[in-house]
Design a protein around this ligand. Structure first.
Ligand SMILES: NC(=O)c1ccc[n+]([C@@H]2O[C@H](COP(=O)([O-])OP(=O)(O)OC[C@H]3O[C@@H](n4cnc5c(N)ncnc54)[C@H](OP(=O)(O)O)[C@@H]3O)[C@@H](O)[C@H]2O)c1
Length: 451
């Protein structure tokens, strides 16, 4: 789309502009960026972005901020097609307390690209995502640029009433759900078990959208049929049967996995770009005793068949290895693997398919809200080797003792995963560095890491 296009970014050393340069390079643009001093160590990070060596040129430019009025006057007089963006307080992943008009820096960077790429973009765009003041600001024009804003509280934050099922409503591990903004008024907890027929009937009744995420997630088991496959497959059919009984459900979104995509005989060499046409092979899963992959593969197969036979609008999402900050204090399987990498317990060199939990949650909302959403969506921000993970961790946390020495061979190029379909859902994956930093901070906060 943007291959071979050249753009100019002024003030590239800045917070938003740095993200913008990174995003533009990732999209294949050649970037001419102006900074006050190209030799200033403050701009070193720009050279480290992927593609910077080939496609980033830094120019020295001593510029003053042009007043908006002067810019509009000059653009009018000189026939320049001008768009101005007016974000609120731009912040990173952490929310600030206080009366701010907040917008995420990644949305701000993305908006700049949209302002260039959307042919109808014109005039002024005022926006912020979460208005902490009493004033109201319209997001309509920003939305017309395709800006969906990073999620703050997702479904509850989007004004939905949420019926959520858990196995045990008295489990202290679900306490965090009650503290979410809007939970008192719009969150209703239901008791349900995948293995109990009809268990989901009352929760599903009256719902427009159903997100089926519940499924056992572990890798070692003595009884794969009873512990993994039955809850995954029979549980999915159980939920779908509840959906088929009511008129209200317009779409079902199932959290599948890359486990139902990649377990087959196809080679994953560095030249491969895998996409949603890939399917795991149940016989291959059985032969390799990958019971989790088998459970997700059979569950997806059964869901697709049932949806077709019963006229259910079904979307399946296939996240890779999900990491990022945790809202509760339990350690799930994927966060445990990150802990093991940090502690040097997991030393197996293999590529990981990482995705941020916030992108996964957002993709679920988009899968329901985007009218044209259909079929399968692979959710993988980046396929990378463990050595890159350690490099990121080392850069951000030099004092963190990483027990393992890594061989250069660990960092060989890997296969890639197409993001085309996911982009059509409006998902722009978070950078791995941000995800890792927030994962480590979250693990520290919950007491799983001490340094
Ligand atoms: N984490 C990843 O890297 C990853 C990657 C791709 C896909 N996924 C998929 O994402 C979904 C959520 O995974 P997660 O990582 O969030 O794992 P998790 O924290 O272990 O969540 C699994 C959920 O499934 C529920 N569950 C399991 N067996 C059940 C049963 N018999 N009846 C009712 N509920 C049951 C669990 O309830 P309890 O709390 O009561 O046990 C829990 O709420 C799963 O479908 C998983 O396959 C995860």
């Amino acid at each position: 789309m943007s291959e071979d296009k050249v753009v100019c970014v002024t003030g590239a050393s800045g917070y938003i502009a740095s993200w913008l340069v990174k995003l533009l390079l990732e999209r294949g643009y050649s970037v001419k960026a102006t900074v006050r001093d190209p030799d200033d160590p403050k701009v070193k990070h720009l050279h480290e972005f992927e593609g910077a060596k080939e496609k980033l040129l830094l120019f020295k430019a001593l510029s003053k901020t042009l007043a908006e009025e002067a810019a509009w006057k000059f653009a009018k007089e000189n026939g320049i097609d001008l768009v101005t963006l007016h974000p609120g307080v731009v912040i990173g992943a952490e929310a600030l307390p206080g009366p701010y008009k907040l917008v995420d820096v990644r949305d701000a960077a993305y908006a700049h690209i949209q302002a260039l790429e959307v042919p109808t973009a014109t005039g002024r765009y005022l926006w912020e995502d979460k208005n902490e003041t009493t004033q109201q600001f319209s997001k309509e024009r920003a939305k017309s640029l395709g800006i969906n804003f990073m999620p703050w509280e997702l479904l509850l934050g989007h004004g939905y009433t949420v019926k959520a099922t858990v196995r045990d409503p008295n489990d202290p591990n679900i306490k965090h759900l009650h503290t979410l903004d809007g939970a008192t008024e719009r969150l209703h907890i239901f008791k349900a078990n995948l293995m109990e027929e009809g268990s989901f009937d009352s929760a599903v009744d009256g719902c427009e959208g159903v997100f089926h995420t519940a499924s056992p997630v572990f890798l070692s088991t003595n009884d794969p049929q009873a512990e993994l496959i039955d809850p995954a497959v029979k549980g999915t059919l159980n939920v779908l049967r509840s959906c088929a009984k009511v008129q209200s459900v317009k779409r079902v979104v199932i959290t599948s996995s890359t486990a139902s995509v990649f377990f087959n005989e196809r080679p994953l060499t560095p030249d491969v770009v895998a996409d949603e046409t890939w399917f795991s092979d149940p016989d291959f899963c059985k032969k390799s005793k990958n019971w989790y992959a088998l459970s997700k593969t059979l569950a997806e197969e059964a869901a697709r068949k049932f949806a077709k036979e019963n006229g259910i609008d079904l979307v399946t999402l296939h996240p890779g290895f999900v990491i990022g900050p945790s809202l509760h204090s339990k350690l799930n399987l994927s966060l445990e693997v990150i802990l093991n990498i940090i502690k040097g317990v997991d030393t197996f060199p293999r590529p990981y398919r990482f995705v941020d939990v916030r992108d996964v949650a957002y993709a679920h909302v988009q899968a329901l809200e985007v009218p044209t959403a259909n079929g399968r969506y692979l959710l993988v921000g980046k396929v990378t080797q463990r050595c890159e993970v350690l490099k990121i961790l080392h850069e951000h946390y030099p004092t963190l003792h990483l027990p393992e020495k890594f061989k250069a061979a660990d960092c060989e190029p890997t296969y890639k995963i197409s993001k085309e379909r996911t982009k059509s859902l409006g998902i722009n994956f978070m950078p791995l560095e941000v995800t890792f930093r927030d994962t480590v901070e979250s693990l520290k906060e919950k007491g799983f890491l001490n340094f």
